[in-house]
Write a protein that binds this ligand. Structure first.
Ligand SMILES: Cc1cc2nc3c(=O)[nH]c(=O)nc-3n(C[C@H](O)[C@H](O)[C@H](O)COP(=O)(O)O)c2cc1C
Length: 190
C-alpha cells in the first residue's frame, strides 16, 4: 500500500482492535460475529479475544457444541462488525473461520480463561438445547477437565476490511482487501 493515509487508517484499526481485546471498556471488545448459519444468516455478540495484524487474525472462544460451530464448518466465511458509538466509527472485517479444538491453540488459551468462565463450558446440555428450567443451563461446579473438552477457539483470517467514519461535516469510508501479499486500498462512497 503506497498511500500513507490508507496505511495510517489500517494501522490504527489493527492497533485499536489489539487494545480493545484487553480493554473491557472498549466497545470493540464486543463485536458481532456473523456467518451463514445452518438455516440462513446468523449473528451473535462475541468477546473478541485477540487481534494480530501480522497474521491478520481475530480470535474468539466458544463451546464446540454450539450451533455456530456447525455453521462455520458448513461455510467458514465470517463477518465481524465493530461499532464505536462515541466515535461513530464502524469496522467490518471479513474472512474465514478456523476452528481449534483440543489442540495446541486451545491448550495454550484454556489457562487464561478465568475459572468462573471455565464452568460455562461444563454445562450438561449443549448451548441452544431446550431445557425445563434456566438453572439447568448453568454449571457452577463439576469437572473442569470435562469443561475443557467443550472449549474451542475460533481463529479468523481476515482478508477484507471496510472502515466507515461518520463525521459532523463529512463521512469517510475506505476499503482494504488482502491480495495474498499486501493490502490494497480504495476510498468508497459512505
Ligand atoms: C456480552 C456478550 C458476550 C458474549 N460473548 C460470547 C463469547 O465470547 N463466546 C460465545 O460463544 N458466546 C458469547 N456470547 C453469547 C452469544 O452471543 C450467543 O448467544 C451464543 O454463543 C450462542 O450462539 P449460537 O447459537 O450462534 O451458537 C456473548 C453474549 C453476550 C451478550
Amino acid at each position: 500500500m503506497s498511500n500513507n493515509e490508507f496505511q495510517s487508517i489500517l494501522d490504527g484499526i489493527w492497533q485499536r482492535l489489539a487494545k480493545a481485546a484487553k480493554d473491557p471498556a472498549d466497545p470493540w471488545r464486543l463485536p458481532t460475529l456473523a456467518a451463514q448459519g445452518l438455516n440462513g444468516p446468523s449473528a451473535r455478540t462475541m468477546v473478541m479475544r485477540s487481534a494480530d495484524s501480522s497474521e491478520r487474525l481475530l480470535t474468539a472462544q466458544t463451546d464446540i457444541r454450539s450451533t455456530k460451530i456447525s455453521g462455520f464448518r458448513k461455510d467458514p466465511r465470517v463477518a465481524w462488525l465493530f461499532f464505536d458509538p462515541a466515535k461513530q466509527e464502524q469496522v467490518r472485517a471479513t474472512g474465514r473461520a478456523i476452528i481449534h479444538h483440543d489442540d495446541d491453540i486451545t491448550r495454550r488459551a484454556w489457562p487464561s480463561v478465568p475459572e468462573a468462565n471455565q464452568y460455562n463450558y461444563a454445562t450438561g446440555h449443549a448451548p441452544g438445547a431446550s431445557i425445563d428450567d434456566p438453572a439447568q443451563g448453568q454449571a457452577t461446579s463439576g469437572d473442569l477437565a470435562k469443561a475443557y473438552d467443550n472449549f474451542a477457539v475460533i481463529r479468523c483470517e481476515i482478508t477484507a476490511i471496510d472502515w466507515l467514519q461518520l463525521g459532523t461535516t463529512a463521512h469517510r469510508r475506505a476499503q482494504f482487501s488482502w491480495n495474498g501479499t499486501d493490502w490494497l486500498a480504495t476510498w468508497a462512497v459512505p
